[in-house]
Design a binder for this molecule. Sequence first.
Ligand code: ZN
Length: 266
Amino acid sequence: MQSHPDKPRTYKTEGVVIRHSSSGEDDRVLAIYTIDYGTIHVVGRSLRRAKSKLAGHLEPLSHVAIQLIRGKGIDIVTGADTLHGHTSLRNSLEGIARGLVCVEMVEAFAPEEHPNPELYQLLLDTLEQLNGGEADRLLWYFAFHVLRVTGYMPELQQCVVCSNAIQPDEHMFSPGLGGVVCTDCARDGDPAGPHERAGAPLLSLSLNSLKVMRFFRDNSYDAVRGLNVGSELAGELQRVLGGYIHYLLEREVRSSTFLAGLSRGP
Ligand SMILES: [Zn+2]
């Protein structure tokens, strides 16, 4: 990470470890999503040595308090304490896979070195719930709310072409324009119309899918958990939301691999 002008020579923060990669003989470069600086890349000295005291605190998906010292080009971790190890999550391959979907989505949607306390809290809450045994439904809830707190929440109340209020009906969804297209605008489907110019084909969106998306938007996970979503509806939501996120990743935010982890629908 480039040295941040506002940082003192030594500083503390807390974050969730996204990943580490080896660097030199014994060192690791860590990507950490922090409350104060967003995603940072820092180096952990000698982490690959068996006796390293730091290493145990810096496992991916761990919530940690860290002390750092500014280095030339990249800052160095000098101390770390585990705040929450999320050990149940990290003890199963499925758990690890779900946790990685979350941290990678955060990394993809959060510009480096830009703190977003709401996104940070959403990530912590979600890892905590995954650690408690929640599964795929939570991942979709999380994905939807990452869109909300990063400014990409899809428009679900008014048509993104004509701005008329959306009536209870079958509609289309435009990934390019980021929201629902009313039946009139979809029918008028001028091939050179704005949703086509936005570069992504319209996706069909049933009234039930629209209702579920609004429900996800307006409710806590506790309410969403009890929602009955049949497999056909889950498939449609997966196509629409997955298509939208895919579009954003290609056009607006950095590409990432987490999308495959959202393949099962809410
Ligand atoms: Zn319209």
